[in-house]
Design a protein around this ligand. Sequence first.
Ligand code: HEM
Length: 411
Amino acid sequence: MTMGVPSSDVDLLSTESLIDPHAAYRDLRNLGEVVWLPHHRAWFIGHYHAVHEAFRDQRLSSDRLSPMEARLSDDNRATLASTIDLLRGWMVFHDPPDHTRLREPLRRAFTPGRLAALRPHVVAIVDELLDDLAAAQSPDLIADFAFPLPAIVIAELLGVPAEDRDDFKHWSDQLAALVFGSSDRGSKAATAAAGSERFSRYFADLIERYRDAPDDNLVSALIEVTEDDPDGAGLSPAELVGACTLLLFGGHETTTNLIANSMRTLMTHPDAMAAVASDAGAHPLVFEELHRFDGSTKLMVRVVAEDHERGGCMLRAGDTVLLGVMSANRDPGIFADPDVVDIDRPNARSHVGYGYGIHFCLGAALARMEAEIAIEALARRFPVMRHDPQAVRYTDALIGRGVAALPINIG
Ligand code: HEM
């Protein structure tokens, strides 16, 4: 590294950073556009425009799997062989042209019409879960609401029977240890392998079932677009399993965390809670503002594909780059008074919580629909909901921001 490169020894997994990542990101933004973090052996980019630009730059690759695989010990590589095979089917880890080939069938199957047809189901599921929450002895916003909701919705969309959803949580948690960068390294490989093997087997069976007897669901639609592909460039059976697991997994924990984080913000901002409870329609940007203020994605990871200079620093092929999504969302150059919740902030929707560019979240419209229905219904039904902010324990993760439990008093 050259002299004069901005550097910070911040540990983004310290208790302090987990509680308030925004303070850590503010310090990093003040150091420069590109900052070296020795503790994480990675570059950090935290200014809004620089994050935007980095998302579009093909010199920053999304293939995080190959370097990870290369770093594994022989034992772990053998243990994780099936997990890596599964993750290879995830578009999110590919650059064009493979990325385009993997994304296109999903884009075609995941239509606005399919989403619109799902809306009444989401409303009904939310109502049921609110009843469960009201009846709970010691209500927990995660266990009783924010976790089951996206799991049931995505299961419904894909055509996965709802009775299998407890298994989903278990497998998804196992795979999360690997994908969401939990710092629990000890049993990571074996845990992720167990989760991915179960997932793969489950979806392979489901796909076979719908290949024989198609139904009105996303798995059947994916099989159809793949089989009808005029270029014959559709998904292989393994990639189809990969696509299903990505939809299930990518749309699960992220949505749970967005709902929980948004409700934490509302509970500490009673005026905003009252506005959502009484007339959310008068503040159409409030949900985007809650996402901007404290969303569920802190960082996205890229790998330098070729040496290049950026923000005055020399980035070398193979270096890791952290795109500071959550930091960009509090960039004062874009969002005035970024640490304030402004429920009518005119540019709230410009946040990059769903990423940007060719990898922009494929499920953003679904996530928005679920979060808006859920947050508004929670605020209406329990406008005096409270929690103890001092007791909140944040998930030990670099990429996702969430809490494992959120005990609440619903008044
Ligand atoms: C609040 C909820 C969600 C958040 C914050 C979120 C966030 C993101 C982000 C930041 C990316 C970009 C990844 C990158 O650039 O490497 C992404 C990609 C993706 N998301 Fe989401 N997501 C959410 C919900 C969902 C849902 C509900 C689904 C599906 C049902 C979904 C499916 C995907 C897929 C398939 C990709 C990969 C797109 C690509 O690589 O082309 N997400 N998401």
